[in-house]
Design a protein around this ligand. Structure first.
Ligand SMILES: C[S@@+](CC[C@H](N)C(=O)[O-])C[C@H]1O[C@@H](n2cnc3c(N)ncnc32)[C@H](O)[C@@H]1O
Length: 410
């Protein structure tokens, strides 16, 4: 068994290696965030069974709590995501920062960046999370700089603030009015925003009466609980053996889903797009594109026994409902073996229509989207929506609208 000093040396070496790697990969871009990653002992905040190698991995989220169905409700985010969010928040010494979703580790990193004259308020809806975070932060020496509170952060933290930065570490379908009320005039709001089922972690600053994005990252988070939780609609289809395929809709649910009854018994159609993607190349922005520009877009999951599940590895959980059919994103190897061609496969009487509609948008993304990066806006309900620039696409939320602008689309 390794003795204590060997373990401490190994942790220090892994900590330095993680910071080196995050800097080399461009995930850390400022000296203050680098110093925080070189200082905070990640293992102190993680369950004892988590090895040092996992604790200091670049991309190792650690689930710390699950609900009765086994679904993750709390976790410590992967190191690279924490690094990116701290950079997105543009933190500086002396700032007062709100962290929504607690655990201790990320609050300690923020506390290092804002320094002895700064302050962190870390809020979690779950008292088990806050109780533990408080103990861990105190024993690590951060009690004087970090206040841990148990509350549903959707309503803000009325006795605290205003905040120079708010970092939301839980997936949210909308921006709570309280988060904007408690943000300083030049404050930064960083949050994983779910847009029609697809999440981007967006850094926002105020621009007059609305918000404009300053940065965007790809990341997944556990969903917000409490008053602001997002309601999704599920449509469950059954095959002849009783196995289920589930379609999950966010904001827009197609009118006549009854037409999908029995579609799994119908023959399938497929259409290929001639759009190819080399191996090891992300096409995550295609999912975002489909979520914004494909009416009837939904997320797809399938029981293990279904025909769909049997097509293991050749399909992605993004689908569209069109009339009496649904189509989903598929890929097949290119003849040269260097990548995949994207296409759509569909179940139902309107299968050609559904697959064709999806393929049209794959081709539109290839033409107008894949080589540029979108920017986002958020216009609260009380802002002047007539000022939303022409050629911007809009997604309705409860407390405002999200906008996207894809430079070459318009
Ligand atoms: C990904 S974890 C937080 C990770 C943490 N910031 C870290 O150190 O990496 C997300 C947390 O958000 C919390 N949460 C969910 N809904 C919330 C709400 N409405 N208000 C406050 N916290 C919430 C969950 O209980 C969970 O602990």
């Amino acid at each position: 068994m390794p003795n204590e000093s060997t373990t401490i040396d190994r942790a220090a070496a892994l900590r330095a290696a993680l910071a080196d790697r995050l800097c080399a990969d461009g995930k850390i871009t400022s000296p203050a965030v680098e110093a925080a990653f070189r200082t905070v002992a990640r293992e102190h905040f993680l369950p004892v069974e988590v090895s040092l190698e996992i604790a200091y991995g670049v991309d190792n989220p650690v689930v710390t709590k699950r609900d009765k169905d086994g679904v993750a409700v709390s976790s410590v985010s992967a190191a690279y995501i924490q690094a990116r969010m701290l950079e997105q928040a543009e933190l500086r010494p002396g700032m007062t920062v709100l962290e929504i979703g607690s655990g201790g580790l990320n609050a300690a990193l923020i506390a290092e960046v804002v320094g002895p004259h700064g302050r962190v308020v870390s809020v979690d809806i779950d008292h088990e999370v806050t109780d533990l975070a408080e103990v861990l932060l105190r024993s690590a020496g951060y009690a004087d700089r970090v206040t841990v509170l148990q509350a549903d952060a959707w309503r803000g933290v009325p006795d605290e603030g205003p905040f120079d930065a708010t970092i939301v570490t839980v997936g949210t379908g909308d921006i709570a009015p309280a988060w904007l009320d408690q943000l300083t005039a030049d404050g930064v709001l960083v949050l994983p925003l779910i847009m029609n089922g697809i999440t981007r972690t967006i850094g926002f600053r105020r621009d007059d009466d609305h918000l404009a994005s300053t940065s965007t990252e790809l990341a997944g988070f556990v969903p917000l609980r409490g008053a602001g939780r997002q309601v999704v609609r599920l449509t469950v289809l059954q095959d002849a053996n009783g196995w289920q395929v589930t379609l999950q809709f966010d904001a827009h649910v197609p009118a006549d889903l009854g037409q999908l009854h029995d579609v799994l018994a119908a023959p399938r159609t497929e259409i290929w797009s001639r759009v190819t993607v080399p191996h090891q190349t992300s096409f995550a922005d295609l999912h975002l594109w489909l979520a914004w520009f494909l009416p009837g877009f939904c997320l797809l999951s399938a029981d293990d026994g279904t025909e769909l599940a049997g097509e293991h590895g050749s399909w992605f959980p993004y689908a569209v409902v069109c009339g009496a059919a649904f189509a989903y994103l598929v890929a097949r190897p290119t003849p040269d073996g260097d990548g995949v061609e994207l296409g759509a496969r569909a179940y139902g009487a309107d299968g050609d229509l559904a697959a064709g509609t999806m393929v049209e948008q794959i081709q539109a993304w290839d033409r107008d989207g894949r080589h540029t990066t979108p920017t986002f806006g958020y216009w609260p309900a009380d802002s002047d929506h007539s000022q939303i620039p022409a050629g911007t696409s809009v997604l309705d939320k409860t407390h405002g609208v999200v906008t996207i602008r894809w430079p070459e689309r318009y």
